[in-house]
Design a protein around this ligand. Structure first.
Ligand SMILES: [Mn+2]
Length: 460
């Protein structure tokens, strides 16, 4: 089996160049190329180091959500089980029991059974050998064996770590497989000591390894290609959904799984609607076009925003506002540092934005003097935060109240939205805080200067 080593730290260029010549040796059902299983081996090692003695931990896949008839919604693996196993398949269970009396069950995977019949009707599922190679886990069972193995191990374990979705932004309306498993297990084994995996996962997943950085760089490179494609496509009269289609085309032909979130393709006044995803309007001459999109590659997300002139040339007013946003973004990236707290960072960037808005004549010194400290004057034109964690999820897990560790990846996305002028501008890059104090910009090759944008848009 061909394994690519992504951990060399030499960056993604060589890896990217490899794309054109690479012929996958194994026939997996994934579009992305195989990932070095060391990533998952190391992740499990770190996770295990946080467990109390004699603990068993269980992680479940996400459900396939019914659509209509016999269809299901597009499926994404649960980020935690993927992070710990690399297995990208529904109905998977991961068991971790470092002190298992039977060493075979220090770690084990339970997978959806495959056979010739299933392969013909549903397509390829992991074979035992493939699951072993992808995860680095030796013990592979079919999922129906779980109900025999698990109770037997539970008789020896003291603590049980179960997984809950504790993302601050999540509003959970449907019980997940993990949630149902918690209910069943607590009913069946009421006398065990239950613990939460979520705080451990948040801590671990916030810090990206060099393997993860390389995967995220691939996602950002694909996203950059889509952006450049669009720069040569946009002209007055095109529909927003035609632009969205160009982006999707570029995502898929580069092994992207799908958009990491609903693409925002917002021309003119729509750009002031922060989560505009209708994408059904015509792009008019003289308007700006705000595009917020990113691909999902190997479950990792890119998150890019660029704002361009539909005509290929900014008006003076658009350029002034645009450059104000760009200056705020550059200063904000400079201000990002290991140990910062997200809330404080937002407040500091707010100060920079305040002075730019004064310069543009959008707010006055009096507005600032009279402002409500809970909702400062700059919020009228910049009403969202500057950044969020990014990784396996676009709004990735991470603690907003704790100092941000080295290895964290955050977006940096200031914006100015002037509804009365039909101007909405946001510029977003993805930044990793490197252990040496430097900042790694995943979007450094994704043009954001006025001149670069205009030059590319006007060259064909
Ligand atoms: Mn974002």
């Amino acid at each position: 089996m061909t394994r690519l080593t992504l951990g060399s730290g030499k960056g993604s260029r060589a890896w990217w160049a490899f794309f054109s010549t690479f012929k996958p040796v194994i026939d997996t059902n994934m579009k992305y190329l195989p990932i070095d299983s060391q990533l998952f081996v190391q992740n499990r090692k770190q996770y295990t180091s946080h467990l109390k003695p004699n603990s068993i931990a269980i992680f479940n896949s996400n459900d396939e959500m019914p659509f209509n008839a016999d269809q299901t919604h597009p499926w994404k693996q649960n980020s935690d089980i993927f992070y710990l196993s690399g297995i990208d398949q529904e109905e998977t269970i991961l068991l971790i029991y470092p002190d298992s009396p039977n060493p075979k069950y220090r770690e084990a995977l339970f997978l959806k059974k495959t056979n010739e019949h299933i392969a013909i009707w549903e397509g390829h599922k992991y074979t035992e050998a493939e699951a072993r190679a992808a995860s680095g886990i030796e013990t592979i069972h079919w999922v129906e064996d779980f109900n025999t193995v698990f109770p037997m191990l539970m008789n020896h374990a003291e603590h049980v770590y179960l997984n809950t979705n504790e993302n601050d932004r999540a509003s959970i309306k449907v019980p997940t497989r993990d949630a149902r498993f918690i209910e069943e297990t607590k009913l069946r084994f009421p006398m065990h000591k239950y613990e939460r995996s979520a705080p451990i996962m948040a801590k671990l997943r916030t810090v990206k390894s060099i393997w993860e950085r390389d995967l995220m760089q691939i996602a950002c490179d694909i996203t950059n290609k889509a952006y450049r494609r669009v720069l040569n496509f946009v002209k007055p009269g095109v529909m927003e959904f035609e632009i969205e289609a160009e982006i999707q085309h570029e995502f898929l032909r580069n092994r992207g799984t799908r958009p990491a979130y609903g693409s925002i393709i917002a021309s003119g006044p729509s750009a002031c609607v922060l989560h505009y995803v209708d994408n059904n309007l015509r792009c008019n001459d003289g308007d700006l076009l705000l595009m917020d999109f990113g691909v999902e590659y190997a479950n990792y997300c890119a998150d890019l925003t660029r704002t361009i002139p539909v005509s290929g040339k900014f008006t003076q007013r658009q350029k002034d506002v645009y450059n104000a946003v760009l200056r705020v973004q550059k200063k904000a990236i400079d201000m990002m540092h290991i140990g910062m707290i997200l809330k404080d960072f937002n407040a500091e960037v707010g100060k920079v934005m305040e002075s730019e808005l004064l310069g543009l004549g959008l707010i006055s010194k009096q507005d600032i003097a009279d402002q409500n400290p809970e909702w400062p004057a700059f919020k009228k034109y910049f009403m969202h935060g500057t950044g969020h964690f990014l990784g396996l999820d676009v709004h990735d897990i991470g603690d907003h109240y704790q100092p941000i560790p080295a290895g964290a990846v955050l977006t940096c996305e200031p914006g100015i939205y002037i509804r009365e002028e039909g101007i909405g501008i946001r510029i977003e890059n993805d930044i990793m805080l490197m252990p040496d104090g430097s900042k790694y910009d995943f979007m450094k090759d994704t043009p954001s200067e006025v001149e670069e944008i205009e030059t590319i848009m006007n060259s064909k």
